[in-house]
Design a protein around this ligand. Structure first.
Ligand code: ADP
Length: 372
């Protein structure tokens, strides 16, 4: 079965073609700085023809927010589309491009099954104590709760770590760090996501490229009173003008920030310090939440590539049995699907680095659903 995977974002569309069940990737492409999702998706058939990969038996779509409804991938129909649209207020940046992509794909490949795979699905098993905000009941009834994101990536990491450790996921506790432009940590207790750092929206938790992560919700009223900023203006700044970009003053790319920090630039040093400290706090919290931890994993742009950030995050975690081998950490060069271990021989916790494979996971879930 030839599966096209579409990951439509506001400024880019990623597409991949896989043969399933072999999992072999036929084609991969990213359209960046797109004019519109509609145009980008409509251009896919020509791209596929160029690569002799025009056959499409099913389309798998990444959908960021599935709200309370979706624990698994689903075949798209009018009812599911309506449910995804209902989640737009929860994911105003992320769900609309997915919806636009699905609509155009349905026109482009009529009669071909379209499947939605949700970034929230893996976290639907989280216990109430992790999903509940201590806010008025009416707000909670209106959907104000924690959902979590990057579920497809965290689930992949769990499976990849299990394979590497030759141990079923049901036998270890993993803290999975997905550190890309968006970033989250996930506590996976014996195969189940029990907590994660993103909450109702993709704004909570870690410091990100341009997103603040955790801030005191009191900043909304404070900035409104003192600087006449509206809630929408504050929210926009927390999404787009915060995070590493705000702290460093030179943008969100950690490579540039690391270069500046090496020259003792104080803002760059602070950016790295705040980023690592926040991640370290979450790792400590999740070790406590699970009553222990056997494995820690790093993935996505920063997690895969920045030995410096992995080292800074793990500094001080020796008390939890996490001891990095600094040479092994510095030597990580990921090419294929390898998952090198970077802890010392006497580290109680295994520490792994590997490339996440969200597109492949979406293809796998699509195939799984269609083959019953
Ligand atoms: P997205 O969440 O958009 O998919 P990625 O997972 O590709 O993002 O992560 C992108 C980020 O990874 C970049 O902004 C950059 O900060 C970081 N990054 C990539 N390569 C390196 C590197 N060699 N060293 C440090 N940071 C890196």
């Amino acid at each position: 079965m030839r599966i096209l995977v579409i990951n439509a974002g506001s400024s880019s569309v990623k597409l991949s073609v896989f043969d399933m069940p072999s999992g072999e990737q036929r084609f991969e492409h990213e359209m960046e700085k797109i004019a519109s999702v509609e145009e980008a998706v409509a251009a896919i058939p020509a791209l596929l023809r160029e690569k002799n990969a025009a056959q499409v038996d099913a389309v798998g779509h990444r959908v960021a927010h599935g709200g309370m409804k979706f624990r698994d991938a689903v075949t798209l129909n009018a009812e599911v589309m309506a449910d995804i649209k209902d989640c737009v207020p929860l994911a105003p940046l992320h769900n609309p491009p997915a919806i636009a992509g699905i609509a155009i794909a349905a026109e482009t490949w009529p009669g071909v099954p379209q499947i939605a795979v949700f970034d929230t699905a893996f976290h639907q098993a989280m216990p109430a104590r992790a999903t509940t905000y201590a806010v008025p009941e009416r707000w909670r009834d209106a959907g104000v709760r924690r959902y979590g994101f990057h579920g497809t990536s965290h689930q992949y990491m769990m499976e990849r770590v299990a394979a590497e450790l030759a141990m079923p996921a049901s036998q270890f506790r993993l803290i999975s760090c997905h550190l890309g432009n968006g970033a989250s940590v996930c506590a996976i207790n014996r195969g189940v996501s029990v907590d994660t750092s993103m909450g109702m929206t993709a704004l909570e938790g870690l410091v990100m490229g341009t997103r603040s992560g955790d801030v005191d919700p009191g900043v909304f009223a404070y900035l409104n009173r003192t600087q006449a900023l509206s809630p929408a203006e504050v929210e926009d700044a927390l999404y787009h003008r915060s995070g590493l970009a705000a702290l460093s003053g030179i943008g969100n790319d950690l490579r540039d920030i690391e270069r500046r920090a090496a020259q003792k630039d104080a803002r760059a040093e602070l950016a790295i310090d705040v980023y690592a400290y926040r991640a370290r706090k979450y790792i400590g919290a999740y070790a406590a939440a699970m009553g222990g931890v056997e494995a820690l994993s790093f993935t996505a742009g920063i997690g895969e590539n920045s030995a410096l950030m992995r080292r800074r995050i793990c500094e001080g975690l020796e008390c939890l049995g996490i001891v990095l081998d600094h040479d092994a950490n510095a030597a990580v060069k990921l090419e294929g699907f390898e998952a090198p271990q970077i802890q010392t021989a006497d580290s109680r916790v295994k520490v792994l680095v590997t490339r996440t494979r969200e597109q492949w996971m979406i293809a796998r879930e699509t195939h799984r659903l269609l083959s019953g």
